[in-house]
Design a protein around this ligand. Structure first.
Ligand SMILES: Cc1cc2nc3c(=O)[nH]c(=O)nc-3n(C[C@H](O)[C@H](O)[C@H](O)COP(=O)(O)O)c2cc1C
Length: 208
């Protein structure tokens, strides 16, 4: 149960670290998730996102897994599929264009994918902890593409099947900075005075 009154599937979304390593997604389900990303808005409709699809056991999965950070190496490989997001940069002559807006667009597409997963009864957990250069080399990324993040998708598994460290993460209290520290009026850093009282910025440990 999350504290704030926001719409589904944002309300129920959270990032689990215990996935069921027997669950598989069909190609149709994976395609549906990618369609959610495909229909995200983007600057100039340039759609600078690319996704590498790495179902558990696939060749792309085998490229990624050895390069996961220690903290991610236990839980990420158990997910049914990992999507690796990448941005493709346009060029200005020989110069690669600025990353800011394209990276924003990829993040937004990944948010759509993540929320589509939640709406399909799945769970998603994004991660940046992997050796980007090694994975990019292993996947043959061209010079104008940059890997950004992974999105592990699947269904929740049994906490008893994973190391204590991963099981424990799913019971950490989720928290957020208060809106007043984030939302400003015409003076940077000065809270927008229209903020209505909102729910607590922490969520209790028990979650669906
Ligand atoms: C770009 C990005 C990178 C992240 N990297 C990691 C990571 O390497 N390992 C991890 O366990 N979680 C990672 N996370 C998940 C965040 O820690 C998590 O979203 C945050 O703590 C908020 O929790 P919630 O998603 O349950 O609301 C990442 C999330 C994003 C969006």
């Amino acid at each position: 149960m999350n504290p704030v009154d926001i719409a589904e599937p944002m309300h129920s979304r959270w990032s689990p670290s215990v996935f069921d390593d027997a669950h598989q997604l069909t190609d149709a389900e994976i395609t549906r998730l990618l369609e959610a990303a495909q229909w995200a808005p983007s600057s100039g409709n340039r759609q600078p996102w690319r996704y590498v699809v790495a179902p558990r056991g696939s060749a792309a999965h085998a490229v990624l897994v050895p390069h996961l950070s220690r903290g991610n190496s236990g839980w990420v490989p158990r997910a049914s599929v990992v999507f690796l997001s990448a941005v493709v940069l346009g060029t200005d002559g020989d110069e690669l264009k600025d990353l800011l807006i394209p990276a924003h667009d990829v993040g937004q597409a990944s948010a759509h994918l993540t929320l589509q997963a939640e709406a399909m009864g799945l769970k998603a957990h994004q991660f940046g902890g992997f050796d980007h250069a090694a994975v990019a080399a292993g996947l043959g990324l061209p010079d104008d593409a940059r890997l950004i993040a992974g999105i592990a998708v699947g269904v929740r598994g049994n906490p008893a099947d994973v190391p204590e460290r991963d099981a424990e993460r799913d019971h950490r209290v989720r928290d957020r900075r208060p809106l007043a520290d984030t939302v400003y009026d015409d003076r940077w850093g000065h809270a927008w005075p229209g903020l209505a009282p909102s729910g607590p910025a922490t969520a209790p440990a028990e979650r669906s």
